[in-house]
Every structure is written in C-alpha cells, then in structure tokens.
Design a protein around this ligand. Sequence first.
Ligand code: ADP
Ligand code: MG
Length: 500
Amino acid sequence: MKWETVIGLETHAQLSTRSKIFSGAPTAFGAAPNTQACEVDIALPGVLPVLNRGAVERAIRFGLAVGGRINPRSVFARKNYFYPDLPKGYQISQYERPIVEGGTLEIVVGERQKTVRLTRAHLEEDAGKSLHEDFHGMTGIDLNRAGTPLLEIVSEPDLRSSAEAVAYARTLHALVRWIDICDGNMQEGSFRCDANVSVRPAGSDKLGTRCEIKNLNSFRFLERAIEFEVRRQIGVLEDGGRVAQETRLYDPDKDETRSMRSKEDAMDYRYFPDPDLLPLDVSQQWIDDVKNMLPELPQVMRQRFIESYQLSNYDALRLTSSLFTAKYFEDLVLEVGGAKNAKVAATWVTGELAGALNANNVDIENSELDSKWLGQLVRRTIDGTISRQTAKAIFVGMWAIAQNIADHNRGGGPYTTSALTKFNVDDFIDEAGVKQISDMGEIETIIAQVIADNPKSVEEYKAGKEKAFNSLVGQVMKATKGKANPAQVNSLLKQKLGGS
Ligand code: ADP
Ligand code: MG
C-alpha cells in the first residue's frame, strides 16, 4: 500500500520590537535571568497590559507580504492554563479573530514550484522559561522571555513531504527577515516550528489522524522529526493499529519523536476575550501606510531577475535568499557593466562567494568582500584581462584579506590594519604579471612548439581521441603559465591541427 504524507506547520516568529508586546520591558536576548521582566510580565496585581504598536505593525507587514486579509478588528483572548513560567495563569493570544487571515507562500522544491495556503497569523505573548539544569533538584524560572511578542503563522495542511515542509519553513524564515519583522535567530528561539504530521492511503482525500511535534528550532530537526514520524505512523497503520492524536517531542540525540501528551489530556484552555484589552482596530489608512513602506517582495524581485537578467529560476531563487544578497548582486551587476553581464555576476555570487561564505560560516552582511571590490576582479574576467582560473586564485587572496579585516574590526586577528588593505585589483594584476596573453603571435609560437614536441598526442587526436586534444591544451596552458585564454587556445589549436 502506498501512503501519502500530510503536514501543516505552526510557526512562532518572535517580532523584533525593542519592548514587549504588553509592557515596556526590553526584549533583548541573553540578559541575566529576571532582569528584563517588569510588573506586567510577572503579573503583579493591579497592572494592565498596553499593546505595543510596533508588534501590530509587523503583523500587518506580514499579512500584506503574503497577500492575506488584515482584519479591521481583531480580538485578544486569554488562553488559560497553569504553568510555573506563566505567572498570570493565562497567555494573551488571539483566537476567533486573528489579525491576519488567509494568504499564500510560494515555495520551490527542486525544480517544482508550489503554492502553500496560510490559514492565519495571530499575535500573542511568549511565556517565560523553566530552567531544569543547574538547580540541584529544583527548577529555575526566568521570566525575561515572558511577554515577548510572537506572530504565530499557521499553514493549511498543504505540505506533502519533509522536503516541502523544510522548503516552506526556509521560505517563511527568509520572508520574515526580508520584511524585517523578526531576526530569524533559530538558536535563540526567535523562529521555531510545530509540525502537524499525518499519513493517509495515497489517493484518499480524507485527512488521517495527526500528531503535533513541538518546538523544532532547526531546519534539520524539522526534516528529521517529520521523517521519523512518517515512518512511525506508517508502521503503526501497517501493523493494523491506529495513530493516536497526541503531542510529541523530537529528541535529536536519539533521532526519534516521543509522546508528550495524548489528546485525552489535551487542555481546555477556556478561551475568552481579555477584558483588559480593547478590540484591536486597524484602519485602512494604517494598512496603506504600511504597504507603502514595504520593500520589493522576494517573489516579485525573483521574477524581475528572471526577466531583466535572463537568470534561471534557480539562480534567481538563490540570489533572493535574503534582501542583502539581492542588493549585493544588483550592486555587483552595476559594477561590472550592467544587465548584459548579470549572468557572470550571478555566477560569482552563487559560486565563489557563496562557497566562501558557507565554508567559513559567514553571513554576507558581515563579509568585508564588498561588491565594489569583487567588481574590480569580475570586470577583468569579463574583458579578458585575466583568465577565470587566475581570477579564482586572486579571489582566494581577497577573501583571506576580507576575513582578516573582519576579524580585526571585531577586535581580534593577528594583523594590523596597515597589512590589511583591499588592494587594487588592476595594480595587483600588473605587479603579479598574471595578465592573459593576448598576443596571438606569442600563443601561436607556443602552440607550434607543443605540436612539435608531442607527435604522439597529435597522432591520437587525428585518430579521433578527444583526450589527446585536452592533453595538448593542457601543455599549451602550462607553457603559458596559465595565462592564455583557454577558449582562444582551443580554437587556435584546432585550427593548427587542421581538425574537426
Ligand atoms: P490546533 O490549533 O489544535 O493545533 P488546528 O486545526 O488549528 O489545530 O491545526 C493546526 C495545524 O495542523 C495547521 O497547520 C493544520 O494545517 C494542521 N493540520 C490539521 N489537521 C491535520 C492533519 N490531519 N494532518 C496534518 N496536519 C494537519
Ligand atoms: Mg497546534
């Protein structure tokens, strides 16, 4: 029997406001425990919540970015439950009337594009943290996180594999950073997903019973947890059992999910509108103002890249993985002579540069290899001054200097700034003598010599062996110390050999 996987994600994105959603206490991460919790956050009697306008604005920004409906009136509700890190005894959330409803997210999985429908996005406050380590049989409570603004984004059950779920989560992650509503820091818990997973016989249109895996804070854990869960559920069903609806936790050390609580223990949250807060009214004027401030959205920019730079969907996707990457790319395009050279610029950004950033785990924002400097190098490959090989070697040097400058700026590294200048690429090319040989006469002489010295390869080539030709090209490149243009050598050599 074939099974189909069905997944819906609930994502919590921490909104990047400086103060909390209902109090003036700061939201900065990493402060000493309980130093950033005020009277409201610790629920002293008599305090009242005051809504943070910045949190609402960020929710509106999100709603507009996904083409959702911004409800002109939404309502805050109390979600009641008891837990030591929830001093009020309830969490303020939105229930029946969230601020955003509907909307979609375009995801790309391999070469396939897919539209995922969103159910809603609502505002809520985070709870505090229980610390189970370091307290010798006791639990510590840190209320710094209590009252931090969250946007909970709920998808329809439209995802059909762990790969689609990861693509969705990555796209959403990129989007909240793009529109600058969340810093996206997953280690600090600023972006975390709950995955609802079920399976059903392929072809069925009835949903199977789902399990909800809580608090996945890396794309890898999200992928692994779903894969384990799908295997487990199929195993249960194929053994003639039934999947029990429950909440599960993923254990990355054991790479498995474990039951946390079953549906029977599911809490009744006794939601009701919070009498301390007025309904949230959002005027059309406010929505229009927020709309006017939105940057060009990633999917719009991707389409523009495909059309105005003739890039593949894949390249356009990679270049719009963050707003900064996209800006860097477009700056580089300007540096290297405009749209006609956009493909070369794209190759450098998605190739050498992305490779170096990845290998060294550096964000492009923090790289000192700016687009102006890289532009100097790329220009000289486009006009043929240096070969691509030479350019790659120079790039390695530029990258090393850029890294050292970054270290130095952070107050570390062994070098003084004087040793760390972003050298002028043209001066370097002159001094190092790495210009491609453009003197045809010189190349022809070398080719003649190589042909004379390698009669065997010449024979073999004439007998139809492509390998022999490559070996001859190699000999010429070697004799020119890599300074000849390989394409030129190719055609000249073929000409001289009177070949195909
Ligand atoms: P709750 O609020 O109790 O978690 P919801 O109905 O709001 O339940 O659904 C939460 C998430 O679960 C949504 O993302 C939804 O798409 C997803 N979901 C609902 N039913 C299923 C199912 N049978 N299989 C997989 N995902 C599901
Ligand atoms: Mg849920």
